[in-house]
Design a protein around this ligand. Structure first.
Ligand SMILES: Cc1cc2nc3c(=O)[nH]c(=O)nc-3n(C[C@H](O)[C@H](O)[C@H](O)COP(=O)(O)OP(=O)(O)OC[C@H]3O[C@@H](n4cnc5c(N)ncnc54)[C@H](O)[C@@H]3O)c2cc1C
Length: 436
């Protein structure tokens, strides 16, 4: 595989990347950059390049790593060598002014395989948190460390969830206390289901600095595994799908990090806490900012899985004969395939709209980010289930990839906000009411 086509100016300044991360800003909307459904040559070139990697490197390895249930380090390294995994590649995708490059890249990569795709893209959630909340200095210091080097690749983890704080992230109990004498943060708690948890070099930990203030006192801390004492990996989770991606609990036991490791800086955090204590409005929570930013990108991953299953089922239906004719000649099968295609295309339009809005700082007034993730997840689960049906007995075996795609698709109903929580967010946005 060759290096990436040079597509867009890689303006990786904090402002550019923060906006690119899709944060729904309350700033005045700037609608200068439009997108067209006819992709630019740059976008087509990058899509083709990622597709080539997904087809030649990722998909052939998918079954093996799913069975092994291990992080596919050699493939992450391959991705690093061609520039698909790394700070510069990600900054280049972020910099596309339409916001479409990131969903395009994710759809293609996850078309190859979602478990391997998540091993490559899992780092991006921690990166989005550092971009979105870190100072310029912190971005410069920590983002390159999230990826390591081409020779020695690293991954990063974003740890918000806890055993008792999943959908309700305000329930985070991990506590960060500042030790004035030592000038260090002391963090204690347990994180659950962290992608790359324990195997990452950089861990971004969401913790509360004042439990009485609830989510308004959440802050994000950078904890480097190689330097900080008191951070360790708990049980590695055995999963239904996405099995090439590592998921584990992370324990923080009197874990100490320097004062400068709180994203945004301690002064800013102190200012924010003072505002909250005075009863003034605080900006949105540290974890929620990251999730809002990443939802359309995650939705694009689900689309990639759905498209893989649809394409496979279509080809199979054109080949397989029963009752002396191709099974696609039956309306039951052909109409199902038609609906699969229709649902995938409809979901993609929602994903591209949300990505464009996020990049151009157009507020998600009707929770467009959540809409995109909700729709793409449901489409991926439904399409992959239908693909199994179209393949019949073969679809149910591990000899064919559709059962893996179905297992992989299901997580998109759950992480980064469950389907129920996305509906809650949309319902609140459209009604202006506090729906429970
Ligand atoms: C493979 C995998 C990778 C993950 N990676 C990460 C990661 O990298 N970082 C991280 O921080 N977390 C990660 N997670 C955690 C994930 O974000 C949570 O599992 C998810 O937010 C749901 O939380 P929960 O599992 O506690 O479910 P719960 O919150 O207990 O929800 C259980 C059920 O109740 C429903 N429910 C809850 N509240 C409501 C409500 N108010 N109204 C209606 N229904 C409701 C939910 O929709 C769901 O159906 C990962 C999880 C998995 C499985």
């Amino acid at each position: 595989m060759s290096a990436p086509p040079t597509a867009v100016s890689s303006d990786s300044s904090p402002a550019a990347t923060g906006a690119a991360a899709g944060t729904a800003s309350t700033e005045a909307a700037s609608q200068d950059v439009t997108f067209s459904l006819a992709l630019t040559q740059d976008q087509k070139d990058i899509r083709e390049w990622v597709h080539g990697f997904a087809a030649d490197v990722v998909r052939p390895a998918a079954h093996e790593w799913d069975e092994k249930e291990q992080t596919p380090w050699p493939i992450i390294q391959e991705a690093a060598k061609i520039g698909l995994y790394g700070f510069e590649g990600l900054a280049q995708f972020f910099a596309d002014p339409t916001g479409l490059m990131l969903p395009i890249v994710n759809e293609e990569l996850f078309w190859g395989d979602a478990g391997i795709g998540m091993s490559i893209m899992g780092t991006a959630l921690a990166v989005a948190a550092i971009f979105g909340q870190g100072s310029g200095e912190q971005i410069g210091e920590w983002i390159p460390r999230c990826f390591g080097t081409q020779e020695e690749v690293k991954v990063a983890a974003f740890c918000a969830s806890e055993p008792n704080a999943g959908s309700d992230i305000s329930g985070v109990r991990t506590r960060a206390k500042f030790d004035e004498a030592a000038g260090e943060w002391v963090i204690n708690g347990q994180k659950a289901w962290a992608t790359n948890g324990g195997i990452a070099d950089v861990h971004v930990i969401i913790a509360t600095v004042d439990p009485e203030l609830g989510a308004r006192a959440h802050a994000a801390f950078v904890v480097p595994m190689s330097e900080a004492k008191g951070i360790s990996q708990g049980t590695k989770v055995k999963k239904h799908g996405l099995r090439a991606s590592h998921t584990a609990d992370v324990f923080l036991d009197d874990c100490r990090v320097p004062a400068a490791h709180v994203l945004g800086g301690k002064d800013k955090l102190d200012e924010r806490l003072a505002r909250v204590r005075e009863g003034k409005k605080a900006k949105s929570q540290a974890a929620m900012q990251t999730f809002e930013a990443s939802r359309p990108t995650v939705a694009a991953q689900a689309l990639g899985i759905a498209r893989a299953a649809y394409e496979y089922a279509l080809e199979y239906a054109k080949e397989r004969e029963q009752f002396g004719r191709k099974i696609i000649e039956n309306q039951a099968i052909a109409f199902t395939l038609a609906r699969m295609k229709l649902e995938i295309d409809a979901a993609r339009l929602l994903v591209w709209r949300a990505s464009w809005m996020g990049k151009n700082r157009i507020p998600f007034e009707h929770a467009e980010g959540s809409m995109s993730k909700l729709k793409a997840a449901e489409v991926a689960v439904w399409v992959t289930e239908r693909a199994i049906q179209i393949l019949g007995g073969n679809g149910y075996t591990r000899e064919f990839p559709v059962e893996r795609w179905h297992r992989d698709a299901k997580i998109y109903d759950i992480f980064e906000g469950t389907t129920e929580i996305q509906q809650l967010v949309v319902a609140r946005a459209i009604s202006g009411m506090y729906i429970k």
